[in-house]
Write a protein that binds this ligand. Structure first.
Ligand code: MGD
Ligand code: MGD
Ligand code: SF4
Ligand code: MO
Length: 726
C-alpha cells in the first residue's frame, strides 16, 4: 500500500483549519489536523475529518451534468454532456437577456470568502447583471458593515492567546469555532479574565468570570452602557483617543442615555455586572473582543457592532499585542473580496446602480459598501412581482438557498416562476431539485485555492488531494466555461472574467507576492507583520481615524452615532409572546449540509429545539415530544423535536437551522415541515443600513403536535435514515 499525505486547508467552515489528507492507493482514507498550521495549530473537528470524504465518495453524487425532464421540482433529470448543457444554458440566457435585459439574471453564492464569490460576481457582471446574492446578510453583514463605518475591521485572531481579558459577544465557540474555543481556554488557563455576553448559558458562559445574560436583540443598549461606564469610571485611554478617534464627545453624550440602571431595565443585565465588566475590560493590560453571529441578522445589527467597537477604541485595545488586530495581508496578495470590489472588474456605475435593493440599502449594495451585493429578500420579491423589474433567470452555486434563506415558501414560489434555474452543487439539495440544469461540482478535496487568513495571519492553501471524479468542475471552471460560451455567441455586455482556468486565477492572486502556487505545498505561508500599522496609514475611513461618529453614515442620511432600537419581538404580542432563537450551531452539522451523511445523522437525528423546563411545564411538553412553532409574520408552522434545557432563558426556545431529509419524498425533502426557515419571514423588518433581516430572534408561539399531525409528519421515516444516506 502506498500512502502519501497532502497538506491542505479545511474549508468546510470559515475557521479554515490546516489539514493533512492521507491518501492510500489513490483513495482519501483519513483527514487530520495539521499541527504546523499557524492559525489552527492542529485543531480539527468531526466535520473536517468526515465530511469531505463522505461528500467525495457519496454514492448519489452527481458526476455529470443533469437536465430536467419532468415538471420543475418533480425530481426527474437525465444525464447530458457539458457541451450540451453549456450550449443550452447560454442560448436560453441570451434569449432572456434579449427580452428582459442582462439584469434579469440573478446569481447566488454562499459568501465572499471563497473563489466562487469571484466566479459568480464576475460571470454576472460580464453578462450585464449587478444582481449578485450572498448569504452574508444572514451572517456577518452587519458586523462587516460596521467595520467599514468605524474603521475597526479588527479581530483578535491569534492575539486571543496573548490577551489578559477577553470579551466574547454572541459567539459560541464550543459549538461553532474550535480554534477560538482552544485559544480562549488556553488564555483562561494562563490567567486571563473572560466576559461573555450571551442570552444562553453556553459552555463558554460557564467558563466566564462575568456572564452578562443579555435579553436577545438588546446588545446595543448594553454596549452603550458599557461605554458610558468607561467615561463615568474614567477608564478612557486618553492618549490613544485624542490621537485616533473622532466623535468622542458626541458618543459620550449618546452613551449617557444608557446609565447602568436604565440598561438593566432594557437588557435584563444587573447594573453592577455592567459596571464590573466595563472595569474588568478597561483595566486589564491587554484586552480583546470577539463579536459573533449572535448580534447579526437583527434589525439593529450595524449600530450594535459599532457600539462594541467603541469599547476597544476608547480603551486603545487596537492593533497591539493581545488586542484586536487590524487585518494583515501579505503585500501584493489579491484576496477574494478585494477582487470583487476592484474597479477594474466592475460594470459602469449606471449599470451597477440598477442592483436590486440599491435604492433602500446603498451601504449594502453600492460601490462603497462591504457587501457589493443585492438585497436578497428584494430579489426574491422581484421574481414574484417583477418589481422593480423582472428577474427571469437564476444561477445558484455553493449555497442551498431553499434551506438557508428565511421565507422558504417564497423561495420555492420564486423558483417555480423563473424561466431558467441552474444549480451547481456536489449533491442533490432541495434547491437543486428545482433546477432546470444541475451542474456537478468538485468537493473540497478536488479543489485548489489560496486565501488570506487574517487571523493567523498567513496565506492558507487548499491543495488538491486527487483529480476531480467523473466530469465535475470547480465553480471557477464552470463560470469560465459558461462565460466562454456566452462570449462566442455575443452574449457578453462586458468581459470581466479574464482567466482561462482555475490555476491562472490563483496565479493572478499571487502575481505581485513573489510566491507561486507550486511553492505552497506546506498548506500555508506565513509572513512578517507589524502591529500599529495605522500609525503610518491611518484607519480606512474618510477621516483616517476611528469614526465613533461615522461620516459615511452621515453622508448617506443615517444617524451617524450608534443607538439602541428595540427588537420587534419586544413590542409585539398578538399571542406571539415567546421568543425563538434560530441558528444555534451544533458541532456535527453545518447549516443545511451533511443531512445526506451517515456520520452526521448518527449524531443528530432530529431538528432539535431547546426550551426551558418551566416553559415546557406550562405547555405540558416533555423531553422528546414534537412541537409546532409559528413565527409572527411567517406563513407556516414547522415541527421540531423538544429538548428540555436550562441553558435557554425562560419564555425562550433555541433551535438550529437548515434541516431537510434526503430520505423523504417531495422536492423540499421535508424542509417545509422541519426547517425553521419555513416559519420565519425574510423581512420586511431589516437593519436599515445593512438590510440584514431580523431572523435570529423571532416572536413565536408553540404547542405540542397532535396525533394527527404526527402521522402527517412521517417522523418514523426520518428516525431511521434509509439507504439514501451514505
Ligand atoms: N458546527 C458548526 N460550526 C459553524 C457553523 C455551523 O453551521 N455548524 N456555521 C459557521 C458560520 S457560517 C457562522 S456565521 C458561525 C456562527 O457562529 P457564532 O459566531 O458562534 O454564532 P452563533 O453560533 O450563530 O451564535 C452564537 C451565540 O449567539 C447567541 N445569541 C443569540 N442571540 C443573541 C443576541 O441577541 N445577543 C447576543 N449577545 N447573543 C445572542 C446564541 O445564544 C449563541 O450562543 O459558525 C460557523 N461555524
Ligand atoms: N434562520 C437562520 N437562517 C440562517 C442562519 C441563522 O442563524 N438563522 N445563519 C445564516 C448563515 S450565518 C449562513 S453562513 C447561511 C449558510 O447558508 P448556505 O451557504 O446555504 O449553507 P450550507 O448548507 O453550508 O451550504 C450550502 C451548499 O454549499 C455547497 N458547498 C458548501 N461548501 C462547499 C465547498 O467547499 N465546495 C463546493 N463546491 N460546494 C460547497 C454545498 O452544496 C451545500 O449544500 O445560512 C444563514 N441562514
Ligand atoms: S472547524 Fe472543523 S469544519 Fe471548520 S475548518 Fe476546522 S476542521 Fe474544518
Ligand atoms: Mo455564516
Amino acid at each position: 500500500m502506498t500512502e502519501r499525505i497532502i497538506a491542505s486547508t479545511c474549508r468546510e467552515c470559515f475557521v479554515g483549519c490546516g489539514s493533512l489528507i492521507h491518501i492510500a492507493d489513490g483513495k482519501v482514507v483519513k483527514i487530520a489536523g495539521n499541527p504546523a498550521h499557524p492559525h489552527s495549530r492542529g485543531g480539527f473537528c468531526a466535520k473536517g475529518m468526515n465530511a469531505p470524504i463522505a461528500s467525495l465518495y457519496h454514492p448519489k453524487r452527481p458526476l455529470q451534468p443533469l437536465r430536467r425532464t419532468g415538471e420543475r421540482g418533480e425530481g426527474k433529470f437525465e444525464p447530458a454532456t457539458w457541451e450540451e448543457v453549456l450550449a443550452e444554458i447560454s442560448e436560453r440566457l441570451i434569449n432572456i437577456k434579449q427580452e428582459h435585459g442582462g439584469r434579469s439574471l440573478a446569481g447566488a453564492v454562499s459568501n465572499q470568502y471563497y473563489d466562487r464569490g469571484v466566479a459568480m460576481s464576475l460571470l454576472l457582471r460580464s453578462f450585464g447583471s449587478p444582481n449578485y446574492m450572498i448569504n452574508q446578510d444572514l451572517c456577518t453583514g452587519s458586523r462587516s458593515t460596521a467595520g467599514l463605518m468605524t474603521g475597526l475591521a479588527a479581530e483578535p485572531g491569534s492575539e486571543l492567546r496573548r490577551s489578559d481579558c477577553i470579551l466574547v459577544v454572541g459567539r459560541s465557540p464550543s459549538e461553532a469555532n474550535i480554534v477560538d474555543w482552544m485559544d480562549i481556554r488556553a488564555a483562561k488557563q494562563a490567567g486571563a479574565k473572560l466576559i461573555v455576553i450571551d442570552p444562553r448559558e453556553t459552555q463558554l458562559a460557564k467558563l466566564a468570570d462575568i456572564w452578562l445574560a443579555v435579553r436577545p436583540g438588546t446588545d446595543a443598549a448594553l454596549a452603550l452602557s458599557l461605554v458610558n461606564e468607561l467615561f463615568d469610571q474614567q477608564l478612557i485611554n486618553k492618549d490613544f483617543v485624542e490621537k485616533w478617534c473622532v466623535g468622542v464627545d458626541l458618543l459620550q453624550a449618546r452613551a449617557s442615555k444608557y446609565p447602568a440602571g436604565d440598561a438593566e431595565e432594557i437588557t435584563g443585565v444587573a447594573a453592577h455586572l455592567i459596571k464590573g465588566a466595563a472595569k474588568m475590560f478597561a483595566s486589564s493590560k491587554r484586552s480583546s473582543m470577539v463579536l459573533g453571529h449572535g448580534i447579526d441578522a437583527q434589525a439593529n445589527g450595524v449600530y450594535t457592532a459599532m457600539a462594541f467597537h467603541a469599547l476597544i477604541a476608547l480603551t486603545g485595545n487596537v492593533d497591539r499585542e493581545g488586542s484586536n488586530r487590524l487585518a494583515k495581508y501579505l503585500p501584493g496578495f489579491r484576496d477574494y473580496v478585494s477582487i470583487v470590489r476592484d474597479p477594474r472588474f466592475r460594470m459602469p456605475t449606471a449599470r451597477e446602480a440598477q442592483i436590486i435593493g440599491g435604492d433602500k440599502y446603498p451601504l449594502w449594495t453600492g460601490a462603497r459598501s462591504w457587501g457589493s451585493a443585492a438585497h436578497n429578500p428584494s430579489v426574491i420579491n422581484a421574481i414574484l412581482t417583477e418589481d422593480p423589474y423582472p428577474i427571469k433567470a437564476m444561477y445558484v452555486s455553493g449555497v442551498n438557498i431553499l434551506c438557508t434563506y428565511p421565507g422558504m415558501q417564497n423561495t420555492i414560489e420564486a423558483f417555480k416562476k423563473l424561466d431558467l434555474l441552474v444549480v451547481a452543487t456536489d449533491h442533490i439539495t432541495p434547491t437543486a431539485e428545482y433546477a432546470d440544469y444541475v451542474l456537478p461540482k468538485t468537493t473540497l478535496l478536488e479543489e485548489r485555492a489560496v486565501f488570506a487568513e487574517v487571523l493567523a495571519p498567513c496565506l492558507s492553501v487548499v491543495n488538491r488531494a486527487l483529480a476531480p471524479l467523473g466530469q465535475v468542475k470547480s465553480d471557477m471552471e464552470i463560470a469560465i466555461a459558461l462565460t466562454a460560451y456566452l462570449r462566442e455567441k455575443g452574449g457578453l455586455d462586458f468581459d470581466l472574467l479574464p482567466w482561462k482556468h482555475e490555476l491562472e486565477f490563483i496565479e493572478y492572486q499571487l502575481e505581485n507576492t513573489g510566491l507561486r502556487y507550486e511553492q505552497l505545498e506546506a498548506g500555508f505561508s506565513c509572513f512578517d507583520f507589524e502591529y500599529g500599522t495605522y500609525e503610518h496609514t491611518g484607519f480606512k475611513t474618510p477621516t483616517k481615524k476611528i469614526e465613533l461618529w461615522s461620516s459615511v453614515l452621515d453622508e448617506f442620511g443615517y444617524d451617524p452615532l450608534p443607538d439602541y432600537h428595540a427588537p420587534s419581538y419586544a413590542s409585539t404580542s398578538d399571542g406571539y409572546d415567546l421568543l425563538l432563537m434560530t441558528g444555534i450551531r451544533v458541532m456535527g452539522l453545518h447549516h443545511s449540509r451533511f443531512r445526506n451523511h451517515a456520520w452526521a445523522r448518527r449524531g443528530q437525528r432530529y431538528p432539535q429545539v431547546k426550551l426551558h423546563p418551566s416553559l415546557a411545564a406550562e405547555y405540558e411538553i416533555a423531553d422528546g415530544d414534537w412541537i409546532w412553532i409559528e413565527v409572527l409574520g411567517g406563513s407556516r408552522r414547522v415541527y421540531l423535536h423538544a429538548k428540555l434545557s436550562n441553558e435557554v432563558p425562560p419564555k425562550s426556545l433555541a433551535t438550529g437551522m437548515g434541516w431537510w431529509f434526503p430520505e423523504l419524498s417531495g422536492a423540499d425533502r421535508g424542509a417545509l415541515r422541519f426547517n425553521v426557515e419555513a416559519a420565519i419571514p425574510y423581512g420586511p423588518i431589516c437593519d436599515p443600513i445593512s438590510g440584514s433581516p431580523e431572523s435570529r430572534n423571532c416572536a413565536c408561539r408553540i404547542g405540542r403536535a397532535t396525533v394527527e399531525e404526527m402521522q402527517i409528519l412521517e417522523v418514523d421515516a426520518i428516525g431511521r435514515p434509509s439507504d439514501s444516506v451514505a
